[in-house]
Design a protein around this ligand. Structure first.
Ligand code: FES
Length: 272
């Protein structure tokens, strides 16, 4: 590509003429490779589980998979429809939780951390620091389609509401036998752990940090917002870890409920 056409990367005007893709000698490719493998595996699992619509609700224990919540169609058993019946039977290509999944997908896709991860791993823009990217142009996130990344703050609001739905599912998991008793089992604790981590991931969001402490001239006149911002800032430092951990706990929670619902395992009850 001629220098006039190459407006970004190592071939851009004014850059040192270095032919090598990188001068790094460490394993710079390992992290993006691991990201590709883990994200591809997770997306494949989630796609299969949401489209097959199998074993997503353990009725006796009242365990509802986070991949199928809220359950508001006639595909769900009546006991799983805590928020009513909004739709009839859904065709195979529409997931049970199609009301919330687009928002959750948008939330994760526009997340500042995931952006970094998939820009590097899938888009190679750049693959790693100090490694030449293959793209000739760079327009940042100011133009279509990446300008939509700015919707993140609105997806965050939706994610907060969806976390409330997930929390309600955990409350219901403490009320097995269709709400007639109080008790919990191993599955309840798995669901509880998942929802606590989902809250921490959602609250550790960069947008949340801005919402709590942004646009202030000083903190001294806003002590409550300062405390909230301090709390969120501490969580924010762990945002990457929470992003990965919640992918794992979502998968574990769904997998465990799938095994209980399909009868492959019996949920150990801790309190009946
Ligand atoms: S920055 Fe990751 S969820 Fe907002």
């Amino acid at each position: 590509m001629s220098e006039t056409k190459m407006r970004a990367g190592t071939g851009a005007p004014g850059r040192a003429a270095i032919a090598a893709k990188t001068l790094r000698t460490d394993k710079w490719w390992l992290q993006p490779l691991v990201t590709v493998v883990l994200l591809t595996a997770w997306v494949t699992y989630a796609t299969v589980r949401t489209l097959t619509k199998g074993s997503f609700f353990a009725g006796k224990e009242h365990y509802l998979s986070p991949f199928s919540s809220p359950c508001v169609s006639t595909n769900c058993p009546p006991a799983a429809r805590d928020f009513g019946t909004w739709f009839g039977h859904l065709p195979w290509f529409i997931p049970i939780a199609f009301v919330t999944l687009p928002f959750l997908l948008g939330f994760r896709l526009t997340c500042y951390y995931y952006r970094k991860a998939y820009y590097r791993a899938f888009w190679q823009s750049p693959t790693a620091c100090g490694v030449a990217e293959p793209h000739a142009k760079y327009s940042g996130e100011t133009k279509f389609p990446l300008i939509f990344q700015n919707l993140h703050r609105y997806f965050w609001l939706a994610a907060m509401l969806i976390s409330l739905v997930n929390s309600w599912d955990v409350v219901q998991a403490f009320r097995p036998d269709n709400g007639h008793t109080f008790g919990f089992g191993l599955g309840t604790l798995i669901m509880l752990t998942n929802v606590v981590l989902l809250w921490l991931y959602t609250l550790s969001c960069h947008s949340c940090r801005h919402i709590t402490g942004g646009r202030l001239r000083n903190f001294s006149q806003h002590p409550i917002r300062y405390r909230a911002w301090t709390f969120v800032s501490k969580l924010n430092a762990k945002h990457m870890q929470l992003a990965w951990t919640t992918l794992a706990t979502l998968m574990i929670t769904d997998g465990y409920i799938g095994l209980v619902a399909s009868g492959h395992i019996t949920d150990p009850r801790i309190l009946h």
